[in-house]
Write a protein of this length. Structure first.
Length: 174
């Protein structure tokens, strides 16, 4: 995810302080990885230098003065261009999981056990996401669905790979 562009999107409706942007980011997108204040302020400094945002006001605070940032016309253009550009679908042709299976076959590793262990880890993660989804708001449900669908695709791949293990073993041993 592009933090600067996400911050532009959060600034589009109205100007905001860095602190408020961090809280809004975490509320909408933080999930398991909230953004650090340092990342927010570094991104704001870069966007300010690139003319994508401007300081819309300065207020005294207990510490340093609090700056309120607003998106510029250039920032709006950048945001609209980014939102209008599709994300390239990931093709996973360089999958770490596939690499581990092949290396398990090339070495003394046990590829079948690797697949079984990975399946168990995926199922555990799916259970956790399902619990989180059941107790979550609409946005949490959607992001959990996204993650669950990717895990389901991985599980299908694990099953197909297990079913084709003999053929892969023969291919790898050549």
């Amino acid at each position: 995810m592009s933090l600067p562009r996400t911050l532009l999107g959060l600034l589009d409706p109205e100007p905001a302080h860095g602190y408020d942007l961090k809280r809004s980011y975490d509320q909408h997108f933080g999930g398991d990885r909230p953004v650090a204040y340092g990342q927010v302020y570094a991104a704001l400094a870069r966007m300010l230098g690139n003319g994508l945002i401007q300081v819309a006001g300065v207020e005294p605070g207990d510490g340093p003065d609090r700056k309120r940032y607003a998106i510029t016309d250039a920032g709006v253009t950048e945001l609209r261009d980014w939102l209008g550009t599709p994300e390239p679908p990931t093709n996973y042709l360089q999958s770490t999981l596939y690499t581990k299976v092949v290396l398990a076959l090339l070495t003394t590793g046990d590829a079948t056990m690797l697949l079984d262990t990975q399946r168990a880890a995926h199922l555990q993660q799916m259970r956790e996401l399902t619990r989180r989804k059941q107790g979550g708001d609409f946005a949490t449900q959607l992001i959990c669905d996204h993650a669950l669908m990717h895990l389901e695709a991985d599980l299908r791949w694990l099953e197909v790979t297990a079913a084709r293990m003999d053929g892969l073993r023969a291919e790898v041993s050549r």
